[in-house]
Design a protein around this ligand. Structure first.
Ligand SMILES: N[C@@H](CCC(=O)N[C@@H](CS)C(=O)NCC(=O)O)C(=O)O
Length: 101
């Protein structure tokens, strides 16, 4: 599982929420530790100036993040949709948590 984010998952000062951070926290709350892929750049820039967002664009047809790529290859954008997916698919119910124990 990969979570494509902007420059990180830090708290943005004076802003109530940071979508990339919110998406990561929702996944962690559901028992996942996704590979976090920093894409830097900026969603509104032309593709040539967003080289690290090429995969985001290929997966979703647009360059804004966060974007979740699930283990079955489904791409989900919008932090609220990622959070909804996480809540509906907790890791424990997928058999991944503790599967190797
Ligand atoms: N409604 C979107 C907003 C996404 C959003 O604003 N993402 C920020 C990064 S956290 C963004 O793309 N900023 C510009 C950029 O990095 O391209 C969501 O909740 O996912």
């Amino acid at each position: 599982m990969k979570l494509y984010v902007c420059w990180g998952t830090f708290q943005v000062p004076a802003v109530r929420s940071h979508p990339c951070r919110d998406a990561l926290h929702a996944l962690q709350a559901a028992g996942y530790e996704p590979e976090v892929v920093r894409t830097y750049g900026f969603g509104a820039l032309p593709d040539a100036l967003n080289p690290l967002r090429r995969e985001v664009k290929r997966l979703t047809g647009q360059s804004w993040v966060p974007v979740l790529l699930t283990d079955d290859g489904t791409a989900i954008r919008e932090s609220k949709k990622i959070a909804a997916w996480a809540a509906a698919h907790p890791a424990a119910s997928s058999g991944r948590v503790g599967a190797a124990d």
